[in-house]
Every structure is written in C-alpha cells, then in structure tokens.
Design a protein around this ligand. Sequence first.
Ligand SMILES: CC(C)(COP(=O)(O)OP(=O)(O)OC[C@H]1O[C@@H](n2cnc3c(N)ncnc32)[C@H](O)[C@@H]1O)[C@@H](O)C(=O)NCCC(=O)NCCS
Ligand SMILES: Nc1ncnc2c1ncn2[C@@H]1O[C@H](COP(=O)(O)OP(=O)(O)OP(=O)(O)O)[C@@H](O)[C@H]1O
Length: 400
Amino acid sequence: MLRIGLTGGIGAGKSTVAAQLANLGAVVADADRFAREVLAPGTPGLAAVAAEFGPAVLAGDGSLDRAALGRLVFADESRRRALEQITHPLVAQRTAQVLDDAGPEAIVVHDVPLIVEKQMGALYHLVLVVHASERVRIDRLLASRAMSRDDVRARIAAQADDGQRRAAADVWLDNDRPAPEVAADLSVLWEGRLQPFEANLRAGTRADRPARAEIVPYDGSWPAQAARLAARIDLAAGALGCGTQHVGSTAVPGLAAKDVVDLQLGVRSLADADEVVVALAAAGFPRVVGVTRDNPHAVLESAADPAVWSKRFHANADPGRAVNLHVRVVGSPGWRAALLLRDWWRADAVERSAYQGEKQRLAAATDSAAEYADAKEAWFAVAVDRAVAWGRRSGWAPPG
Ligand SMILES: CC(C)(COP(=O)(O)OP(=O)(O)OC[C@H]1O[C@@H](n2cnc3c(N)ncnc32)[C@H](O)[C@@H]1O)[C@@H](O)C(=O)NCCC(=O)NCCS
Ligand SMILES: Nc1ncnc2c1ncn2[C@@H]1O[C@H](COP(=O)(O)OP(=O)(O)OP(=O)(O)O)[C@@H](O)[C@H]1O
C-alpha cells in the first residue's frame, strides 16, 4: 500500500484534488469527513464536545452548531487544542479502519488539513501539498461556502504558512490555475510516479535510474528533501536505528552533483541492519542485494578486518526521487569516512571546487553511471589522504 498525505491551507483545493485522484483510482480517506462523523448526533464525540464547550455549541435539535464552535476554537488556540484532544483520537480510529480495508495494492490518499501543523509527514511515502494564494482561496471560499472573510482569515491564521508547507512538500501542486490544467498534472503524477512507486513498493524493487551520470548545479532544496527522507527512515528503523544523516555531494552546499540524495543510517551491528530490511523496504527503500562492501576509498584506518568494511545498501522505490541509503555500523570506518568527506568538502572551498571539476570531467569522459563511479574511485583513493590530514588538523570528530 502506498500512502500519500494530501494537505494544504483552507480552500486551497484539497477536496478537489482528492476527487481527481479518486477518479484515477486512489482510495481517499478524508479527515474532515471523519471529523464530522465523530461529532454526529448521538455520538460519544458530540457528548464530549457538549461537556467541554457547553450548550452554546449545540443547535436547537441537539446537533452540533459547527459555525458557533468554529467561532470559539479559531479565536483561541487553547480551545482549539481542547477540541482536537477530543476529535483527533476518534478520527485516528476511523482512519485506521479505512486503511485496514484498503487492499495491499491500494494507493491511499489521506486528505488531512493538518499534516504540516502536526508534523505527520514521515507517516507517508509522499506528501502532496495543494497550494493556492491567499487571495484566490478567500475568493473561492466566499463564493462557495457560508463563511465570512473574517472566518476564513481566522482559520488561515490557525494554520501553517506557505514556507512551512513548502518544507514539508515532496510534491507541490499549484492550484492557482484552471482545474483542467491541475487535473492534467495529476494524471502525469499518477501514471509517471504514483503507480510505479506502488508497484515497486509491493515487489520490493528499486526504481530505474538513468544510464548516464548527469551532474546538475547545487539545488538548495536538497537538504530539506534529505530531512524528509531521513525522518521516514528513522521512523521505519525505530529503536534499531541510531539516526540518519545526509551525506555525499548533495549534502555539501554549493557543490554540483548527480541528483541522488545519499543518506546514511547508523545501526549498532550488521545484524541490526539485516533486521531493519523489511521495515525500510515498506517505507520505500528496498535493499539492493549484492552491494555489501564499502568502496575501497573509504579505507581510513586499516583494511585488516574486512568485516568492518561491510554495509547494507538500499535505494529508492520512488521513481521521482533517487536515493542511496547506506546502512552502516556507527563508528565503523565507512560510517566515519562518509561524514569526514562531507565535512571536509563543506569546510574547504578549494577542495570542493577541485572535486566538482573532477566530477564534471569524469561525467563527460565516461559512457555509463557505472564507469563514472569506477573512475571517481581512483580520484577518491588519493583525495582521502588529504581529507584525513584535514580531519587531524582541524580536530574533526563525527557528529553526535
Ligand atoms: C471547528 C469545526 C466544528 C468547524 O466546522 P466547519 O464545518 O466550519 O469546518 P470543517 O470541519 O468543514 O473544516 C474546514 C476546514 O477548516 C480547517 N480546520 C478544521 N479544523 C482545524 C483545526 N483544528 N486547525 C486548523 N484548521 C482547521 C481546515 O482547513 C478544514 O479543511 C470543525 O472544523 C472541527 O471539528 N475541527 C476540529 C477537528 C479537526 O481538527 N479537523 C481537522 C482534520 S482532523
Ligand atoms: N483550480 C480551481 N479553479 C477554480 N475553483 C477551484 C479550483 N480548485 C478548487 N476550486 C474551488 O475552490 C473551493 C475550495 O476547494 P476545495 O473544497 O477543494 O478546498 P479544500 O482545500 O478541500 O478546502 P477545506 O480546507 O475547506 O477542506 C471549492 O469551491 C472548489 O470547487
């Protein structure tokens, strides 16, 4: 089952996008609908709300006066928290039921207004943010709902801002455009990314990569992308994991690189690495069998004991985001090397540009990603001595 979190500010177009994804074949779980159902007449949820907020939030027939409750909770954060403490556990139960009923092949779209506010992004394989500018959202809501401008503004103030949503978004969908344009983008997303992602996830296979290594300019969104991926990996690893760090070229600000995010998950032993394989695959990072040895360039101390140079290698099931996930024992030479090289390039502008020049030269001179990787190893074998020397001079120690 592929889990997509769908979010956006009030009136951004979540329900519209969810309906389009349902047409394409998604199973949609709508948190707003569940939140309404758990406060329906006769429910324990409504009784709890009446006890907490008093009769002023009930209509003449005993049902919930949603507008009255809305005025209270969107004017006062502590009252909103009190309401959420009643509704969210009940909504979570409903959601679990829907997820249980969706089959293993389902692409589930969980439409939740508060994914960013409640920091829920790591629960999903991808977070899709629907965006529309505040002016457009207000205009659309005034036209379609019985809400005043002040009601809408109060809710916008109670929600995350665009910057926070951008940092949480794996996919950013601009809905300031005519609906058919957005629907066309969703079809491309569905066929080009979500369907193959789900198929890879179920089969436990990685997504294809381009045959040639293409170096692209540094992308300022790489650290935020890495942080989202690391949160998913940490959640999947649970107590077996000792933290995931962003390593490799995309972790070095300013460095041009292949658009592949390298991450390193620390574990206490290779036995723990093997134990976490199933959970990592379910989170979208299947193990790639056959890659167990660390690259020779990582020989920083002594290669005498080959066991300490072993790692587990995982890669992305998502065709939209290439990831290399190196699972290494904390404190092992390979684990240290990945962090040392990253910190060396971050600290030393001359070495950083030498490395970038070498990568660009090799990418142009080689015909395949494999040939490129081999050629780069030869350069590393020499450069690593300089990294070690820098580490000694600067008193480098691995973070944490
Ligand atoms: C306060 C209530 C009764 C107002 O009902 P109303 O019919 O006017 O709004 P509705 O439920 O359709 O929500 C519309 C939109 O308001 C915004 N909103 C709702 N709850 C919240 C909240 N707790 N925090 C921020 N925004 C919210 C969302 O953008 C949502 O899509 C209702 O929103 C509610 O019960 N909220 C608490 C439950 C909740 O947190 N729901 C969010 C999904 S779990
Ligand atoms: N691209 C679009 N062009 C024009 N109108 C749109 C577009 N997308 C959505 N709308 C309209 O804007 C309004 C808000 O959209 P929608 O209900 O999907 O938002 P929402 O994010 O689900 O809102 P809420 O936060 O209240 O749940 C609706 O009336 C919808 O029909």
